[in-house]
Design a protein around this ligand. Structure first.
Ligand code: FEO
Length: 173
């Protein structure tokens, strides 16, 4: 059973993961409008992963006898000043999310909720990868410059990122 403080904090993180998904989908839309289909593809997968994170919180809250509550999701930015900017924003955002996960772990320890602490350790590890992935893409973009051949080559590379899952294709019947 979850205590009220933990239930509220897990629901807040559920909402934060949905916001992350919304943010990255907004970045995908920005890249689509800039004709950078590979960058857009990378961001769509990023958005998909955040939805997966959100659903992990959803399932855990339910499993522990808590109540999932859906709150409004903040509107993300819709425009960025250059192809570099969303990746820089992604990296900074992931650092912020790491801080939120760490605060949740601190709360679980304070409340002596070992099951929640154990659940959160998956996210502690995941955040190391999330920061590294965003930082890696950003570094490559800085090396290639944000115009010309380098940008085109990186667009091709980012376009090969493998999705977590594929959505069903609409039937032709
Ligand atoms: Fe759910 Fe990118 O952290």
């Amino acid at each position: 059973m979850l205590n009220d403080k933990i239930e509220e904090a897990l629901n807040a993180q559920f909402n934060a993961e949905l916001y992350s998904s919304y943010l990255y989908l907004s970045m995908a839309a920005y890249y689509h409008s800039a004709n950078l289909a590979g960058f857009a593809h990378w961001m769509r997968i990023q958005a998909q992963e955040e939805l997966f994170h959100a659903m992990k919180f959803y399932d855990f809250i339910n499993e522990r006898g808590g109540r999932v509550t859906l709150k409004p999701i903040e509107g993300p930015p819709t425009d960025w000043e250059s192809p570099n900017a969303p990746l820089e924003h992604t990296y900074q955002h992931e650092i912020k999310v790491t801080g939120l996960i760490n605060e949740l772990v601190n709360l679980a320890v304070e409340e002596k909720d070992h099951a929640t602490n154990n659940f959160l350790q998956w996210f502690v590890k995941e955040q190391v990868e999330e920061e590294a992935s965003a930082s890696g893409a950003l570094q490559k973009l800085k090396l290639s410059g944000d115009a010309g051949n380098g940008l085109f080559m990186l667009d091709n590379e980012l376009g090969s990122r493998i999705p977590l899952f594929t959505f069903p294709v609409k039937s032709s019947n």
